[in-house]
Write a protein that binds this ligand. Structure first.
Ligand code: HEC
Length: 127
């Protein structure tokens, strides 16, 4: 989808500009971090595992994959997924979306989150 592409393009540009303030993640390391997520999340459109697919995550509204049974908490969270909101969610999933049913404690290391987000941006932008 062109709109998604433009959105991701803008995000990559914004990230490049802000990388002076905050070190940009390492996509290769992020690929390894993503293995933790891959047990439950696919990067293929429409492929539902224990969790919803993340193929078009950036720019998407939380709880919006049709056919996936989200918790009420996730459905009504009203988050738009961006590198920033994903970073905050993964730092403390249960605090950011209280009552959500993701059976994963999150990534406490900022470095891991930055690497993972770099991997997702790179992978999803290349489509
Ligand atoms: C053990 C399974 C499991 C693991 C591991 C896991 N998740 Fe999840 N995730 C889920 C489930 C289940 C949900 C739906 C939660 C709900 O409905 O409350 C979810 C929801 C999400 C959402 C919200 C999606 C949406 O459509 O709004 C994001 C983003 C997410 N996970 C990212 C990640 C990332 C990134 C990782 C790895 C760092 C990860 N998850 C690891 C099971 C998992």
């Amino acid at each position: 989808m062109t709109r998604t592409r433009i959105f991701i393009g803008a995000l990559v540009a914004a990230l490049a500009i802000s990388s002076h303030a905050k070190a940009a993640g390492d996509a290769a390391k992020g690929e390894k971090v993503f293995r933790k997520c891959a047990a439950c999340h696919s990067l293929e459109a429409g492929k539902i595992k224990v969790g919803p697919p993340l193929d078009d995550l950036f720019g998407r509204k939380s709880g919006s994959i049709e056919g996936f049974r989200y918790s009420k908490a996730m459905k009504s969270a009203g988050i738009v997924w961006t590198p920033d909101t994903l970073d905050r969610y993964l730092a403390a999933p249960r605090e950011v979306v209280p009552g959500n049913r993701m059976p994963f404690p999150g990534l406490s290391k900022e470095r891991d989150r930055a690497d993972l987000i770099a991997f997702l941006l790179k992978t999803l932008a290349a489509r």
